[in-house]
Design a protein around this ligand. Sequence first.
Ligand code: HEM
Length: 296
Amino acid sequence: MLRFFLPRRWFQTLRWLRLGKERDMIEAMRVLVKFFEELVASKRRVLNDDGNCEKKFDLMSCLLMNGGDTYVDDKLLRDSAVSFVVAGRDTSAQALSWFFWLVAQHPSVENKIVEETRCIIGAASGDGRFSLTRGAVKQMHYLHAALTESLRLYPSVPFDFKHVRKDDILLDGTMMKKDDRLVYAIHAMGRMESIWGKDCLCFRPERWLNSCDGTFTDMHVPTFNYVVFNGGPRTCLGKDMAYVLMKAVASTILFHFSVHLVPGHIVTPRLSITLYMKDGLLVTLARRKPAAQPIK
Ligand code: HEM
């Protein structure tokens, strides 16, 4: 976090001297890198023994297989895995915590998600039993909208920065000098009345749905108003994967259980590079009764 606010030379010097948080970071990276080096080596052993890892569905095996006859460099695999874990683990987990917190306080949203899930799952399995497929996840438009709306209010990356490579002028006339740093507050952007209207503070998934057919419409992509996943050529590489993962978790839990907040537990954000809940989210789960109506 300090790197956002300290001059670059400052943390570079701390890093060089191996002091403070920079020393902790070097140690943490050493542990992480060692873990992934061992993982890559073990996956490669499996690949060599089996001839292929087609039966394995984990991401690392897919990356190894993707090379086909081309040799995929171990260091590239290791670094990709580190990036995915650093960029994808906490972001998705925190997004789900805020999502469940909001849904638990908005029963009408919860009901619509359950209704949509029952309808899609019921149609796919034929007997209403829960069995999640890629096609089913794709059809969950209301859930997609609810997750997007929750990320608008509680973005996993609450602020970000860009480094200016050469002198430039922003569209509003702001002068930027080479090596300036532009910090922008994604958390604040998600709550601006000028962008989202009078109900900017309300949790309303419907704002993301096409009013004619109820499909999800990402109307903010060209405007850069919704930069929860960044925008343009450097858009989050794991965006689609994050949605699949979050939709799978959210639909599975809400299909089977209703989520209730533990009374008295206070939920507040903790200032960090990602938007943590200070003391986590405490909930109880109550098993849902099966749908009263037969699923058509
Ligand atoms: C709710 C979940 C997620 C959110 C909100 C999110 C958000 C973001 C944001 C804002 C950035 C831009 C950071 C910057 O340029 O400073 C980013 C980049 C990135 N994300 Fe995600 N992310 C999520 C999940 C994931 C997942 C699951 C993965 C991978 C498995 C992933 C992989 C990446 C990678 C590799 C980048 C760097 C892309 C680049 O620099 O070209 N993210 N993400």
